[in-house]
Write a protein that binds this ligand. Structure first.
Ligand code: HEM
Length: 127
């Protein structure tokens, strides 16, 4: 693609392969946090990753971004009954932002993701 063409943030990160690598690292980080690991004890993390990649593709405007996801309903449903606290959420967000830094993800894309983290918090954290 020539430099004059406008790329989505999804493409600038490196598309699906790069997002997959980031998510692999992110989950390593999450599972390495004693406060968070317990949530994933009986969960096949490899099954969650493609779903999280889909959410990120919506957030970063990738070419295959689904338009049929009701993010609020989907995320509320996925996390209902887990009892995720604000502190768990903040730590997970920190692990994600650390991972983005590790991969040298550009600042504007980090801002988009940080904004999305703030937006979806009410759907993930237990009331
Ligand atoms: C930005 C914040 C988050 C997003 C976008 C997100 C997204 C997702 C998605 C897309 C799924 C898969 C749903 C499916 O399989 O259809 C999922 C599952 C899950 N998430 Fe999250 N999540 C977030 C934060 C958290 C946090 C903070 C925790 C706990 C510390 C957490 C724990 C889990 C667990 C345990 C599952 C598996 C639930 C199950 O299969 O029983 N998530 N999440």
């Amino acid at each position: 693609m020539s430099e004059s063409q406008i790329q989505s943030q999804w493409e600038r990160v490196g598309g699906e392969a790069a997002v997959k690598a980031v998510l692999d690292r992110f989950y390593e980080g999450v599972l390495g946090e004693p406060q968070l690991a317990g949530f994933f004890e009986n969960v096949a993390v490899d099954d969650i990753k493609p779903h999280l990649a889909e959410v990120l593709e919506v957030v970063l405007g990738g070419p295959n971004a689904r338009t049929d996801i009701d993010l609020a309903g989907y995320l509320t449903e996925a996390h209902s009954g887990l009892g995720v606290s604000e502190s768990d959420y903040a730590l997970t967000g920190q692990v994600l932002m650390d991972t983005l830094n590790e991969f040298d993800v550009p600042a504007d894309i980090q801002e988009t993701i940080a904004g999305a983290l703030a937006t979806v918090q009410p759907f993930v954290v237990a009331a």
